[in-house]
Design a protein around this ligand. Structure first.
Ligand SMILES: [Zn+2]
Length: 386
């Protein structure tokens, strides 16, 4: 692939030690960034793309998404907006629809949603299973997810399915036994929903430990619905990320700040369940690493828009626009333990977003407006004219 010089960058947010560069340029060689610096000092390249003063940022890293499912829960959303509370049980209606769907139906949904992600500036996405909850259905969800990303997560422990309602221990045995063994080859991560109505701390520990023994790396749905053991379990097991973190004790905040576990905040879920937002300010001030992700799923956050999540993080979670951008790029990369994405520096993957704006602050300053002018993924222009 010939080298391309992306020039005329009004403001380049590198998310590296270079910080923000004005009047900058970037050279893309193959799927990598080959050069970053001042426009006036840029080397020659085979092709030149002038972005005419627009801002350029790293592609968003969506480290938390549930994209393999069937069915629609618009009616549940409407009922919730009319006053019904959210409980983890709504997941079960998607489970029934997912089990009944064909592979092609599930795959078509993932195609549509990953296309939405890409068009809104996301260049890396994680995809979880968790709507099959049988060995066969979890394994096929991961097999389909694997067609779209290397960041696949086994979430057999999403909720206890109805057929095990009277014997959750037997379901945990399945999730840590036959289901895990069948799913592990197509998964990089293991996740558990540790919360009211899902799995308790001891169950979560057992599930994550079994996953680690099978070669998977842990991450946790923690403290979404109430304070509980999720964050402590995540930190204790060295999880890459504790996701949601909506209800945190002082000890939870301290544990996150003193660990490598990223606090991944999912404001789309609070938006869609009309719930109080997590306090990002408190986590950042304590020194925790914060990521933002969409939590795209049909029940509680049916959005693929990282720009929306950034705007919510700024408006509702007391992050600065700069902090929110970092959380949506570098933070997501850290939540996936990746160093090759989330920043624009020599050697990283050439994942860039050209904004129809002079500064990334416009992502929250102009909420709801499509500012994604061009998306480059692995060195190819995936959206927008060149
Ligand atoms: Zn989730």
């Amino acid at each position: 692939m010939p080298a391309t010089l992306l020039t005329g960058i009004g403001l380049l947010s590198t998310q590296s030690s270079d910080g923000d560069l004005a009047d900058a340029a970037v050279v893309i060689d193959g799927d990598r960034i080959a050069w970053v610096g001042a426009r006036a000092a840029a080397p020659a390249a085979d092709a030149v793309v002038d972005v005419e003063g627009r801002a350029v940022i790293p592609g968003f890293v969506d480290s938390h998404a549930h994209l393999v499912f069937a069915g629609d829960r618009g009616a549940e959303f409407a009922a919730r907006m009319a006053g019904s509370p959210y409980t983890a049980g709504g997941i079960r209606s998607t489970v029934a629809a997912t089990r009944a769907a064909t592979d092609d139906t599930l795959r078509a949904t993932v195609v549509r949603l990953t296309d939405e992600l890409l068009r809104s500036g996301t260049t890396t996405w994680e995809i979880k299973s968790g709507y099959g909850l049988t060995t066969i259905d979890e394994a096929r969800s991961l097999r389909i997810a694997r067609e779209f990303t290397d960041e696949t997560t086994y979430l057999g422990a999403h909720v206890v399915p109805v057929e095990y309602a009277d014997d959750p221990a037997a379901y945990v045995a399945l999730v840590t036994g036959e289901m895990l063994a069948t799913c592990a080859p197509d998964a990089r991560w293991i996740d558990v929903f540790c919360d009211r109505g899902a799995f308790d701390g001891d169950q979560a520990r057992a599930i994550l430990r079994a996953g680690v023994a099978a070669g998977l790396r842990p991450r946790v749905h923690a403290n979404q619905l109430q304070e509980g053991p999720g964050v402590q379990v995540a930190v204790e097991l060295g999880a890459a990320s504790a996701d949601h973190c909506t209800h945190l004790s002082v000890q939870d905040v301290d544990a996150l700040a003193d660990s490598d576990t990223v606090a991944t905040l999912l404001p789309g879920a609070e938006f869609s369940t009309r719930s109080p937002y997590p306090d990002a300010r408190r986590l950042l001030d304590a020194g925790a690493t914060v990521a933002i992700a969409t939590d795209c799923n049909p029940g509680t956050s049916f959005t693929t828009s990282m720009p929306l999540c950034i705007a919510l993080a700024v408006r509702e979670m007391r992050m600065t626009p700069a902090e929110a951008l970092t959380a949506a790029t570098l933070g997501g990369a850290r939540a996936l333990r990746r160093t090759d994405i989330g920043a624009i520096e020599v050697g990283t993957r050439a994942d860039l977003v050209v904004l129809d704006a002079p500064d990334p602050v416009h992502l929250s300053y102009r909420p709801g407006v499509d500012l994604i002018h061009q998306v480059w993924r692995s060195g190819s222009c995936a959206k927008g004219s060149r």
